[in-house]
Design a protein around this ligand. Structure first.
Ligand SMILES: [Zn+2]
Length: 320
């Protein structure tokens, strides 16, 4: 997730009115504002998703060029091969502005690869090599473990893939794990979004045009808050509407609110620039962003369940 988001945190931390949760055995309930809320289980397994975060952090920080990065990528590839119809990688070497050679790997898992009607889901699987927001230089030099920044988005996508394996989607779905999002400087736009830029230049097929795409970034905070990101609203307002209305239907209208986040430099941008209709679901209120505190204890299974329910339902809504 971009470094420059810190300045916007004050916006993200505006008080959020929480909708009272209803303990309800039925599939529908009325929220306090009278909206009908769908309480039927989606099938998404929040406990499994939590396990996927745990597994990633057990590898250590997934910093490109490290043994942990290689091992985590191998694991992720094997996991996706066990779920999707077609899985392939994009592997290349990225040379940074200061001349460092980084091994890069995007991992792409396709459900119903021949279907021309497709949904694209993305997350980044790498973690940041330095904890820039630490004031202590010794801590700032340490890599970000990335339980939330990296780990949570991957976990959501693996959890969605679990359900698509159990019951194939009505449309094609591409799950893309992007490398190299978080290496360099967001302030100067240098050596960041590396995997997304590569994917945008090497799309899975000629004329590749998914119906829409969603990037899931920092989606595991115990106090989640998702507002409208400006590039997303500009490029694909109906996709923002689609995802946020699903969240509202599932009773999460307070978490998926409509406050303006401003423009965020994130992995959706290179794809928007290619003409794809991709939005960013991102939580700017994560207090441990780019610190050594982005650890497993900061990720909430309840939040993963909530976001996973939304992500899966957006796909299931395309069922005939
Ligand atoms: Zn980040």
């Amino acid at each position: 997730m971009p470094l420059s988001l810190a300045a916007r945190r004050s916006v993200a931390l505006l008080p959020v009115l929480l909708v009272t949760a209803f303990a309800c055995g039925g599939s529908d309930a009325a929220s306090q504002d009278g909206t009908v809320v769908d309480r039927a289980p989606t099938g998404f397994d929040g406990a499994a998703a939590m396990g996927y975060v745990r597994k990633q952090v057990e590898f250590g920080a997934r910093v490109p060029g490290t043994a942990a990065h290689k091992a985590a990528g191998d694991w992720l590839l094997a996991e996706l091969r066990g779920r999707a119809d077609t899985v392939f990688t994009q592997e290349w070497t990225h040379t940074t502005a200061d001349g460092k050679k980084l091994p890069m790997r995007n991992i792409i898992a396709r459900f119903k690869p021949a279907d021309t009607r497709r949904v694209l889901y993305l997350a980044h699987w790498d973690t940041r090599p330095q904890s820039d927001k630490e004031t202590d230089p010794a801590l700032a030099a340490q890599p970000v473990i990335g339980a939330n920044d990296g780990g949570s988005g991957v976990a959501i996508l693996l959890g969605v893939a679990d359900q698509l394996k159990k019951r194939p989607p009505a449309v094609g779905v591409d799950i893309v794990m992007l490398d190299g999002e978080d290496w360099g400087s967001f302030d100067t736009n240098t050596d960041v979004l590396i995997g997304s830029r590569y994917f945008a230049e090497h799309l899975p097929a000629a004329g590749y045009t998914p119906l829409f795409g969603v990037l899931w970034d920092m989606v595991g905070d115990a106090d989640p808050s998702f507002g409208h990101e400006s590039h997303s609203v500009r490029a694909a307002p109906d996709v923002v509407q689609r995802v946020w209305s699903v969240a509202q239907r599932l009773g999460h209208g307070a978490v998926f609110h409509s406050r303006d986040l401003g423009p965020i430099t994130d992995d959706h941008l290179p794809l928007i620039e290619k003409g794809l209709r991709v939005i960013d679901v991102i939580d700017l209120g994560f207090a441990w962003h780019h610190t050594t505190g982005d650890t497993i204890d900061k990720v909430s299974q309840a939040t993963l369940q909530l976001v996973g329910d939304v992500a899966l339902t957006v796909i299931r809504d395309l069922d005939p």
